[in-house]
Design a protein around this ligand. Structure first.
Ligand code: CA
Length: 426
């Protein structure tokens, strides 16, 4: 095979017999035997970067013998840095893309992780940062299209991208920076403004709970005791009583989250504190935490979160009402912080995903689906929904945009999976 890009090296090309399984590193979604396919692996722009480290955009492409004539790129997660099996699991229900006949490609987006899903050490290398921020997926897509065309003797009819979390952000970035590369994009629970979402979940919310938490002998807040099991039960019972039926069906799910007008201050004790009511400062702290970070002048710098069926879930996917150590380590121990200063530092122009002009993407027939778990404790579904509304307003209005882009709340779903939800859908 001959390729246009002189920076491309193919490192493996082998037929894989039908019946193999690929363990899913995320532990859910897929275990069925895969169909026969050709697996190609390669690297684009192999180079030596900062500190003498080897960099390059690694990818894996699975091309099934029984091809449906389409290409699917799967988005990444966390800080990427690993080439996950090219299966196409996101929003694929119980049959990943490869089983449905798609050629599927995945990539590490230009660096190797040295410490799990959240190793961001690669950012010290400029090109590695640019590749992660926005460049690598488009480069891999171009190469994958070329390999697919040579392997099957014809170009893919359509090219799709589907990702959740970092993959959701990647889909949004692709729709704007490379608007003609994909015909369809699915962006789930997008990690679209991680500086500001970290301000919310790593600072604003835990520090609000620290303020009401009991303190140890050294004055350190015991954040896990700030909300008790009894508080959680009290809140969830009242929340479901108030909002479950608003969607027309009392089924344990809040399917009309924007109509939910639950307020924890409804539960404040009228007289003496007891197990059947909330202390006033506790209700106020919960309300403040879930309202999202505001500057000292009152400007909202990241949206609030929804009151939903999954917000009291415990570890490993801690809901917002179960504060404690998180994926990035122990909870902060401060009782106050300078929100104005940290909000300014939380803006990251290269990775943030804010501009709304999708005229070229929609102009070539591009379709885009957004979805977001209502109980996502990392990224607010309201941030994604606000982006969707602003994007619609900037592209001809909701009625016009709804013909090529839709937004779906996923009731009960935590971050991309889990929670009291139907999280396998397609
Ligand atoms: Ca309901």
């Amino acid at each position: 095979m001959k390729f246009k890009s002189p920076r491309l090296e193919i490192t493996k090309a082998a037929p894989i017999a039908a019946g193999t399984t690929e363990p899913n590193p995320y532990g859910q979604g897929h275990s069925a035997p895969l169909p026969a396919y050709c697996r190609v692996e390669g690297v684009i722009n192999r180079r030596t970067g900062v500190g003498g480290e080897d960099f390059g955009i690694n990818f894996a492409l699975a091309m099934p013998d029984k091809w449906n004539a389409d290409l699917l790129m799967q988005g990444g997660g966390g800080g990427n840095g690993v080439v996950l099996p090219p299966l196409g699991l996101v929003a694929a229900g119980d049959a990943p893309g490869l089983m449905r006949g798609f050629a599927v490609v995945s990539t590490d987006t230009g660096h190797k992780s040295h410490g799990g899903a959240f190793d961001f050490g690669f950012m010290k290398d400029e090109q590695a940062y640019l590749d992660f921020a926005y460049m690598a997926n488009a480069e891999v897509a171009a190469v994958a299209k070329e390999i697919v065309a040579q392997h099957y003797g014809k170009s893919a009819d359509h090219s799709y991208f589907a990702g959740c979390s970092t993959g959701g952000r990647e889909g949004m970035i692709l729709s704007r920076r490379y608007p003609t590369v994909f015909d369809g994009i699915i962006s789930g629970d997008p990690a679209m403004r991680t500086g500001l979402s970290n301000l919310a979940i790593g600072r604003w919310i835990p520090i609000a709970f620290n303020q009401i938490a009991p303190k140890d002998a050294n004055g350190k807040p015991l954040i896990e005791q700030s909300i008790t099991d009894n508080d959680r039960k009290l809140i969830m019972d009242a929340l479901m009583k108030r909002c479950d039926a608003k969607d027309g069906v009392t089924d344990g799910m809040i399917s009309d989250p924007l109509a939910c007008d639950f307020d924890p201050e409804m539960l404040v004790c009228k007289g003496a504190t007891s197990d059947s009511c909330l202390a006033a400062e506790k209700a106020a702290a919960i309300k403040k935490a879930l309202a999202g970070p505001h500057t000292s002048g009152g400007t909202q710098v990241y949206p609030g979160f929804l009151y939903d069926a999954g917000i009291a879930s415990g570890p490993p996917f801690r809901g917002l009402l179960s504060p404690g150590p998180g994926i990035f380590g122990p909870a902060p121990t401060e009782l106050t912080f300078d929100v104005d200063k940290e909000a300014l530092a939380g803006i990251q122009p290269l990775v943030d995903s804010m501009s709304t002009n999708l005229t070229t993407f929609s102009g070539h027939g591009g379709k885009m689906i957004f979805y977001h778990g209502d109980s996502d404790p990392w990224f607010s579904p309201l941030d994604t929904f606000t982006y969707y509304k602003e994007m619609a307003a900037a592209n001809g209005g909701l009625e016009t945009v709804a013909k090529w882009s839709q937004f779906y709340f996923v009731p009960g779903m935590n971050h991309c999976a889990g929670g009291p939800a139907l999280h396998q859908f397609d």
